[in-house]
Design a protein around this ligand. Structure first.
Ligand SMILES: Nc1ncnc2c1ncn2[C@@H]1O[C@H](COP(=O)(O)OP(=O)(O)OP(=O)(O)O)[C@@H](O)[C@H]1O
Ligand SMILES: [Mg+2]
Length: 334
């Protein structure tokens, strides 16, 4: 059997969420199934994207793989080491960034001190730790901030130093939770190229990254798992996912008001419709055939149109088709 550097089998995790203030008597408890029987195997040298909306369970899975959270059931291994039973060895074989505002550097220390410190913790010699620190600070465009305390860094700079920290040990397995969230578009683009060209192609790392940016998953991943409500909905290459809706066009309409449900259903030629507040996406095999009927119907209902676009389907459309909903709350970036 092929050994997968990242191996997840039937992992489940529940959280108990308490609503209301900690000081009130009438607190209500609710169980959230953050992960439900998740399977995922990442091959050596592969970039694997875990794509899903807010609250889907992405960070929870990364936390389990990084030994921060213990799963209720199932098995997860990094480089063959069980993250629960052999957590020490597992921890020595990955570098990771975890989103959601987790601190992973010491804010009272400078960027350079942090990287050297963590390098030494991973067993690098003094010289190797220093050399790698200088190299990574340069790669992350932080050289001029090397001697500033991390507490004085901007949010984006903190993201970068976390990223450098994940790379300091030169581990074969890398886990990146929303690596480009909060970065300016130009550095986000550089970072994606760095992940693809340097970490994957030159250094042959095995990489799991989570994202809710469709374009990022599409551009970087060799394979993608779509996750929704703690369940893996589908796993395939981005191309295979898009193939499911290949010969389709998507008419995207934005309106000034919220749209009623099911008001275009009777127009022939519409394959699928997805409404979300003030936007509607209509799948069809030929937009020119149905455009007029759609516009007439909107006019009849006194709906004011802000914009109309006709596009070829994206990974997002595949996601919507599979889950019946979009990546709500997502923030767009270029
Ligand atoms: N420590 C915790 N206690 C209670 N509930 C939690 C905890 N951590 C996560 N959850 C819940 O588990 C679910 C999955 O959360 P998770 O952070 O894994 O989602 P995510 O896919 O990373 O979302 P996002 O895109 O917003 O980062 C959510 O409903 C979340 O509220
Ligand atoms: Mg998250």
């Amino acid at each position: 059997m092929q050994e997968f550097p990242i191996y997840v089998s039937k992992i489940s995790k529940k959280f108990v969420k308490t609503r209301g203030s900690r000081f009130r008597r009438s607190r209500k408890k609710r169980i959230v199934q953050a992960l439900d029987n998740v399977d995922l195997q990442v091959r050596k040298g592969e970039i694997f994207g875990l794509l899903g909306p807010n609250g889907a369970g992405k960070t929870t899975l990364v936390k389990i793989l990084t030994t921060i959270v213990i799963p209720d059931s199932g098995v997860a291994k990094i480089n063959g080491f069980d993250v629960v039973k052999e957590s020490r060895q597992a921890r020595a074989s990955f570098g990771a960034t975890i989103g959601g505002g987790e601190r992973s550097t010491y804010w009272k220390m400078t960027g350079q001190e942090n990287l050297i410190f963590f390098g030494r913790m991973y067993g690098l010699s003094r010289k190797k730790a220093k050399d790698r620190t200088v190299h990574l600070l340069e790669q992350m465009q932080l050289t001029d901030k090397a001697h500033e305390r991390v507490e004085n860094y901007s949010t984006g700079m903190k993201m970068k130093i976390n990223f450098a920290r994940a790379l300091i040990s030169d581990s074969p397995v890398l886990l990146f939770d929303e690596p480009t969230l909060g970065l300016d578009p130009s550095f986000a683009r550089d970072l994606r190229l760095y992940i693809k060209n340097v970490l994957q192609k030159e250094e042959n790392k095995t990489i799991l990254l989570t994202t809710h940016y469709m374009a990022e998953a599409d551009q970087l991943s060799d394979r993608v798992s779509l996750i929704d409500n703690g369940k893996i909905v589908d796993t395939a290459t981005p191309e295979q996912l898009k193939l499911q809706i290949k010969d389709q066009e998507v008419i995207k309409i934005r309106t000034t008001d919220s749209l009623p449900n099911r008001f275009l259903e009777d127009i022939p030629g519409i394959l699928e419709i997805y409404n979300h507040n003030d936007s509607i996406r209509i799948h069809t095999s030929d937009s020119s055939q149905i455009m007029l009927s759609v516009l007439e119907k909107l006019k009849e209902m006194n709906i004011t149109i802000k914009s109309i676009d006709v596009e070829t389907p994206t990974l997002e459309d595949a996601f919507i088709k599979l889950t019946g909903r979009g990546l709500a709350d997502r923030k767009e970036e270029s």
